[in-house]
Design a protein around this ligand. Structure first.
Ligand code: ATP
Ligand code: MG
Length: 435
């Protein structure tokens, strides 16, 4: 026997029971984004490789080792499956000149691809909701994005997600800090691990972000970027903090929060939980005022964040939540050829009237069909035998208790069926649909 084919490691199928949860999550996310005036944008999954090299930075985990890049066999162009959305979003905004009439609030959702070692909460195809505000300079938009996240956690009923913030200042401030950091790390060269030694001159800030426990004391005592920030950067940071305080959103300043991507400046933030093991960051973002110019656009400030959907949903399930089962309004059983043709017509008629109908397909005895009806979770079984078909009627049998008075099986004519179902399923509503 040939072996069945398997999906690529780290790229998951999302099976119906989970996919329904994803859809409910996506619905909440859409409502939430709309409430803050964000509009959707959809970018391609594949982009020219130089976009990511330029936007994310050559000396980053993503560009150094995590990208799925390949050559277009037609013209030899190097292409990459997007590892994140910000670069594509900014590229699209510039390409279509979306900032011509002022700042924009945009969002997207979809798969991202990174060649990482698969483990719990870390996949090679994973999904993000990305939120970008382009053209806004003040600390109000940074704080609003953070407040948005707090509200989403609340909407979803998620507890225990902590907020950490930091400021990366401006480029000259980082340069001064970097010089002193390198001096400090060089003095302690023999204590660095291989990766840190390699990063020492290419990207020393990232050493502060190390996950190696043996380096923690060393990085704790390293020069802190926040001590090098100038007046303007401090004012922006204070502005963000004031708005967070006004909104009663608790936060911790984490001076070692530097973020993995090169394009950030000023505010950076992460939402972290202890309940997911090592992969505890569910959302991360910050300001990236230099990126638009770096990608060839007219300089404009920007701020954004992305959350990992897999991690958020894992947390949601871990915290004991369960999504509502998706069930049809009615399950339609039938037997005999005339009944089958009539049942098909009844099902379409009811769907036109707005009901969700699971039409039994594949034959079988009434008894086995009724078992399926019960298992479907539907409120109602609709039964069509030869008698019903001949009379252009349907027998309606409530499957769940809880009706007052208890509803019995009744025969209803085709013309009355939709109203009758409406009365059973939505007993409190009048004909206009209001309560
Ligand atoms: P990490 O430090 O965990 O590698 P990162 O800094 O690379 O994270 P970002 O690029 O900021 O992550 O992506 C934003 C969010 O997307 C993360 O906080 C996380 O929730 C999620 N995420 C990132 N990489 C993965 C992955 N490989 N699998 C699942 N989720 C991921
Ligand atoms: Mg990463």
């Amino acid at each position: 026997m040939t072996q069945t084919l398997q999906a690529i490691r780290g790229m998951n199928d999302i099976l119906p029971i989970d996919a329904e949860l994803w859809e409910q999550f996506e619905e909440s996310v859409r409502d939430w984004l709309q409430a803050y005036g964000y509009r959707p944008i959809r970018m391609p999954l594949i982009e020219p490789t130089p976009l990511f090299a330029r936007a994310i930075g050559e000396v980053t985990d993503i560009v150094e080792k995590e990208m799925y890049s390949f050559e277009d066999s037609l013209n030899g162009e190097s292409l990459t499956l997007r590892p994140e959305g910000t670069a594509s979003c900014v590229r699209a905004v510039l390409q279509h000149n979306l900032l011509y009439d002022g700042p924009k609030r945009l969002w997207y959702m979809g798969p991202m691809f990174r060649h990482e070692r698969p483990q719990k909460g870390r996949y090679r195809q994973f999904h993000q909701v990305g939120v970008e505000a382009l053209g806004f300079a003040g600390p109000d938009i940074d704080a609003e994005q953070i407040a948005m996240c707090a509200r989403l956690w609340d909407d979803l009923g998620l507890d225990g997600i902590r907020l950490e913030i930091n400021s990366l200042g401006h480029i000259e401030e980082r340069a001064r800090h970097r010089a002193e950091l390198v001096t400090y790390l060089e003095r302690n060269h023999e204590r660095l691990d291989g990766e840190a030694q390699r990063r020492l001159h290419s990207n020393p800030l990232r050493i502060l972000d190390t996950k190696n426990p043996e380096l923690q004391d060393l990085v704790d005592a390293a020069p802190k970027l926040i001590d090098y920030l100038g007046e303007e950067s401090l004012k922006h940071f204070a502005g963000v903090q004031q708005l967070l305080k006004d909104a009663a959103i608790p936060y911790r300043i984490n001076p070692r929060l530097v973020r993995g991507l090169d394009y950030y400046n000023l505010t950076v933030f992460e939402w972290v939980t202890d309940q997911l093991g090592a992969q505890g960051t569910v959302c991360a973002g910050g300001r990236y005022d230099g990126l638009i110019a770096q990608l060839g656009g007219k300089p404009a400030p920007a701020c954004g964040f992305a959350m990992g959907i897999e991690r958020l949903l894992a947390l949601w399930l871990d915290q004991g939540h369960r999504h509502e089962a998706v069930v049809p309004d009615a399950y339609l059983v039938h037997q005999g050829e005339a009944a089958g043709r009539y049942a098909f017509r009844v099902a379409e008629h009811l769907r036109s009237a707005g009901f969700s109908i699971h039409l039994h397909c594949g034959g079988g005895s009434f008894k086995s069909q009724m078992k399926k009806a019960d298992g479907s979770g539907a409120q109602i079984a609709l039964i069509i035998g030869e008698d019903e078909a001949a009379a252009e009627a349907v027998s309606v049998k409530p499957l769940r208790s809880g009706y007052e008075p208890p509803a019995l099986q009744v025969r209803v004519s085709f013309d009355q069926l939709a109203d009758h179902l409406g009365d059973i399923l939505f007993p409190m509503e009048d004909d206009n649909g209001s309560i």
